[in-house]
Design a protein around this ligand. Sequence first.
Ligand code: NAD
Ligand code: IPM
Ligand code: MN
Length: 351
Amino acid sequence: MIRVALIPGDGVGPEVVREAERVMSACVAAGLADLRIETFPHGAEHYLGTGETLSDESFVRLRDEFDAILLGAVGDSRVPDGRHARDILLGLRFRLDLYVNFRPARLRLPELSPLRLADHRPIDFVIFRENTEGLYTGAGRIESEGETGERAVSEAIATRTGVERIVRRAFDYARSNGRTRVTLGDKANAVPHVYGLWRRVFSEVATDYAEIEADMQYVDALAMQLVRIPDRFEVIVTSNLLGDILSDLAAELVGGMGLAPSANVNPGRHALYEPVHGSAPDIAGTGTANPMAAILSTALLLRDAGADEGADRVEDAVDAALEAGIRTPDIGGSFTTGQVGTWIAERVAGD
Ligand code: NAD
Ligand code: IPM
Ligand code: MN
């Protein structure tokens, strides 16, 4: 039995999570996974109504009573400082120590890429984004607020332990998935303290993986190369903020935000799955959000939970939908969120 908590959240979050839930239920009906699903109300609406972002009670339940969390998205203009989103999403990442943010980028159909790919091999790489340090810890201060001499400081934190565990994870992944190269994205030329540590640790860890090429690139050049020769990349490991930026770029190379899944994990302990995209306020309520990123996130969930057959079936059903043109407008179709979700769920159920 896999115990799954849903946090649909804000904007298109509930719209895409509804379809992901439908697909999970189809897996259960088809005997591909044994799931128990419970929905949590946390998001902007709940915060505005109760003053509660993520209650301690919910946190403890999410931590102790579930194997996996599926989050839609958080972010709402009625909460301009984004406080609830930080407490819920970053709160769970930090408090559950979900140090791996795994963001795969695979081109599922050549026509989905905005690039001209005639001379390329398929795009198929993964990003390991460090998820608990960097510029995201909130460390910093405002001095002399509102005065001419105002100064804002946000501290980037890198610890040897924090860097080593994500770098090792990236190399382990490469080794167990037949990948031949791990690329570090950093900015050691301009930010020597933090990224100097990243480079040293990366080089040290690499010596334990002699069969894998260890490649270090400044992130600006890496971004350029991702567009120019995306097929060169296999596994990218990088810091929190750089990984955030690179993963939106990566998503766009393979069809866009509507297709990009992710997993935030503390291996063997806790996991939170979510589409890479946000609450997409510009299209929320129009029924046009692409549910595939959320659905593919459930495939990552099922695979990590040991339900490989269910994961395969979900991925195959998404591929079949793409092939058959069952697509939302972001990828050139005219189907609604619900129609795409229904089609995929039926395919998974084998109807
Ligand atoms: P966004 O990812 O929500 O949207 C960027 C663009 O991609 C928009 O044009 C949007 O319409 C499109 N898009 C996103 N998801 C889509 C989908 N499923 N189908 C089709 N098109 C899709 O990024 P943003 O606009 O910068 O952020 C909006 C809000 O979401 C902000 O409050 C932000 O903080 C929050 N956010 C939350 C998460 C999360 O919860 N994991 C991630 C990113 C952003
Ligand atoms: C993501 C999002 C979050 C992040 C925001 C909503 C804090 O952009 O998951 O990619 O920056 O990590
Ligand atoms: Mn992001």
